[in-house]
Write a protein that binds this ligand. Structure first.
Ligand code: MRU
Length: 363
């Protein structure tokens, strides 16, 4: 049965609303407090938006892109520039602040560039005559980024469904669900959620994803809210569950995908991919086209390193000598040879990635 995006919108209603834009106010669900507290916070200026991204109150590649898009609108609403030249200066400044908040996910710079370029184009071709008109158009553009992301996820979910059978168990990594995308659906978790909504029996194995625990705090919370069977494991149990035949396929998200098929995603993804490859388990990456970076090469990409105390402690409780030296990279790069296919809203990309990524992304 082939379903359309419209039909899926009728069948699947997201249970979580992590990013809300209403009456010119941006409100986010603070992911640093989940699942213990559900607190929504208003982000009132560009600095608070950048801080929320940096401290991961909002996280996940598409979600930080969407948030930054609204952040660009907030910069104009706050500063109220007196003319269009001033507005472009303000947007350029806001973009620099937002872009520097986290380095690895490309969706952030993609979204701020899209907002700034849209503003420049609207002014150049005379579509807007004053700052108020520009703000109105940029609000529409930010909403468009959100809506396009949601529709892309539905489409990815539909393609991903082709890779799922009734009774399957999917291993994931981190949280690539609706919390990570801001829409309530997700990328890697979209096929699972759609399968569940269509009555298939599917379950997920979620590694806890040290040190920030996106798996145990967010993926588990999100799937339990959808009544989807989920089993939490330690990161160190990944090899065993695959070896024991408990996993039918691996589905993960991505923060950046290069033209040759290298996939940057949460630390631990590389290890899952190598083990899956060795054991003949399909390894799928699900990501929207906004996650592709056709310009850079592996060595150009900065892998974010976070506070060593994230490793020395677990949510504030010490688990190592106070002054132990720590290395805390939070993303890794999975080489293309370990990836079975990359699932996007424009279709499923198979190897050779060096040829097929460019063809699909530029389609
Ligand atoms: O550090 P995070 O929590 O922002 O990392 C998130 C991930 O690595 C996700 O897998 C990725 O952003 C894809 S989200 C749909």
């Amino acid at each position: 049965m082939k379903l359309s995006v419209k039909e899926i919108k009728e069948i699947f209603k997201p249970k979580l609303l992590p990013i809300i834009w209403k009456n010119d106010t941006l409100t986010i669900l603070d992911q640093s407090l989940l699942p213990f507290q559900q607190v929504y916070v208003d982000l009132k200026d560009v600095d608070s938006v950048a801080r929320a991204i940096k401290t991961m109150q909002v996280r996940g590649a598409p979600a930080i892109g969407i948030t930054a898009g609204y952040g660009m609108v907030i910069s104009l609403l706050n500063k109220k520039p007196s003319n269009l030249d001033e507005a472009i200066k303000e947007l350029t400044n806001a973009k620099a602040i937002l872009d520097s908040s986290r380095p690895t996910a490309v969706n952030l710079v993609w979204a701020t560039s899209r907002m700034l370029n849209t503003a420049k184009k609207l002014i150049e071709d005379g579509s807007v005559k004053n700052v108020n008109e520009l703000i109105d158009e940029l609000k529409k553009e930010a909403n468009k980024i959100f809506n396009e992301e949601y529709e892309a996820e539905i489409q990815m979910g539909l393609y991903g469904l082709e890779k799922i059978s009734d009774g399957d168990t999917i291993l994931t990594q981190c949280n690539a669900g609706g919390l990570a995308t801001g829409t309530g659906l997700g990328t890697a978790l979209a096929p699972v959620k759609l399968a569940n909504a269509l009555g298939l029996k599917v379950s997920v194995i979620a590694p806890e994803t040290r040190p920030w625990l996106q798996g145990s705090r967010l993926t588990v919370y999100e799937l339990m809210a959808e009544n989807i069977k989920v089993t939490l494991i330690t990161d160190t149990a990944v090899g065993l569950v695959m070896y024991k035949g408990m996993v039918n396929s691996v589905m993960v998200g991505a923060d950046r995908i290069l033209r040759d098929g290298h996939v940057f995603n949460k630390i631990g993804t590389f290890k899952e991919a190598v083990i899956a490859h060795e054991l003949g388990i399909p390894f799928y990456v699900l990501a929207p086209i906004s996650t592709f970076d056709l310009k850079n090469s592996v060595d150009d990409i900065k892998i974010e390193e976070r506070d060593p105390n994230e490793v020395r402690t677990v949510r504030g409780i010490p688990i190592a000598p106070e002054n132990v030296e720590v290395y805390n990279p939070v993303f890794d790069a999975t080489p293309p040879k370990y990836i079975t296919a990359i699932i996007t809203e424009k279709g499923i990309i198979y190897p050779p990635f060096i040829v097929n990524i460019k063809r699909v992304v530029e389609k």
